[in-house]
Design a protein around this ligand. Structure first.
Ligand SMILES: [Zn+2]
Length: 136
């Protein structure tokens, strides 16, 4: 559980999301009223403005919607610099939402738009986990 990188700021709205990741669960918000799923965590449903939201477990499966290979780190943690090159992607989950995440691959050489991916979990504390995705 060692981590030398900046961590997300935890607040009452996103705490469940990061706690879920620390327990190997990718949770997404679903509106009880209209069924909309959304990411990132919000206080209300972005479609119908209801505050009745629940957390549901995502399949953790999706595809690469878009990606970029990071080769240089500017004004950021030196811990990231040690890991270049690495790939950051917009991943579209089967549930229809997109999130930015790291793709675990060999220097990004094999990543293509549309590639199927599955979530893996990196636990950094009891309260915070981070999602990463591996190519299938
Ligand atoms: Zn709604």
């Amino acid at each position: 559980m060692q981590n030398d990188k900046p961590l997300p700021e935890i607040d009452p709205i996103n705490s469940q999301f990061f706690k879920g990741l620390s327990e190997d669960k990718l949770l997404i918000q679903k509106c009880i009223k209209c069924g909309n799923t959304q990411f990132y965590p919000k206080a209300i449903c972005v479609k119908c403005y209801s505050v009745d939201l629940e957390w549901v477990k995502s399949s953790g499966e999706g595809k690469v919607y878009s990606f970029t290979e990071i080769n240089r780190v500017i004004m950021n943690s030196k811990e990231f610099e040690k890991e270049v090159p690495y790939v950051i992607a917009s991943v579209e989950l089967k549930e229809g939402i997109r999130l930015y995440s790291r793709i675990l691959s060999e220097n990004g050489k094999n990543v293509k738009i549309g590639d199927p991916v599955r979530v893996v979990f990196r636990t950094v504390s009891e309260e915070i986990g981070l999602p990463e995705f591996k190519l299938l």
